[in-house]
Design a protein around this ligand. Structure first.
Ligand SMILES: Nc1ncnc2c1ncn2[C@@H]1O[C@H](COP(=O)(O)OP(=O)(O)OP(=O)(O)O)[C@@H](O)[C@H]1O
Length: 213
């Protein structure tokens, strides 16, 4: 099938580090509004694949397209389409939570950055931390801020690497609801996770990274 019908298409992908072949001959398609979950043991290669999808790493062989175009993290169209929470969110030390989100919203041309930042802070349960600086936040709050940074901006594809990390029980329930809302809005979600309950709740397609080697 043509990669055109899919938001994400991975074709015959290979990535290796020296003699370590993380994956080879890997192909994968995810349609609009669908969630693909990558599961598997520590070191299986989940993050490596996600980093290749967002353009933070290059494949050694094969191709990845987003909306039919090759991954190019410096292209304005690609950056507008792809929101990622991979690793810790990078923030300015001197900006509050609310200011950080306003900055991201402004950079992505959101019409009412102040209002949008407030709405998303409420959605992710961070209103109480709106005026805090990053250094004063807990690890779970930082995780929520990372997710908020993706939710505050437009997106066609949401890439989440172990988004459940550091979240409390309420946070995990919220996360599952948020991913379901994303799908309903037509956003494609690519998720790496160790949380089987989350994957069960949200995934239309599950890929087992343990089978890559
Ligand atoms: N830059 C690198 N140089 C060398 N080896 C690397 C590099 N990045 C990743 N690896 C190796 O590639 C393999 C896959 O790592 P990756 O981080 O993708 O796994 P993962 O499935 O995301 O694991 P986890 O569940 O622990 O997050 C691991 O064996 C890792 O050590």
């Amino acid at each position: 099938m043509s990669s055109h019908n899919h938001v994400v298409s991975v074709r015959d992908a290979e990535r290796h580090f020296g003699g370590l072949r993380v994956f080879t001959e890997l192909s994968l398609d995810v349609a609009a509004g669908q969630c693909c979950a990558i599961v598997g043991a520590n070191g299986a290669g989940k993050s490596t694949l996600l980093r290749c999808v967002i353009g933070a790493e290059r494949l050694d062989h094969g191709s990845i397209t987003v909306d039919g175009d090759p991954v190019d993290e410096s292209s304005p169209g690609f950056r507008a389409a792809v929101a990622a929470v991979v690793g810790d969110v990078e923030v300015f030390a001197h900006l509050t939570t609310h200011e950080h989100l306003q900055l991201v919203a402004t950079a992505h041309g959101v019409p009412d950055p102040y209002g949008q930042a407030s709405r998303v802070l409420e959605d992710v349960g961070l209103l109480d931390a709106a005026d805090q600086l990053p250094v004063t936040m807990s690890s779970g709050q930082r995780r929520r801020l990372g997710l908020a940074s993706a939710f505050v901006r437009p997106r066609r594809l949401l890439v989440l690497d172990e988004p459940e990390q550091h979240l409390d029980v309420g946070g995990r329930t919220w996360l599952a609801d948020a991913i379901r809302d994303e799908k309903r809005a037509g956003t494609t979600v690519l998720l790496a996770s160790h949380d089987a309950a989350l994957v069960d709740c949200v995934a239309d397609l599950t890929v087992d990274a343990d089978s890559w080697r």
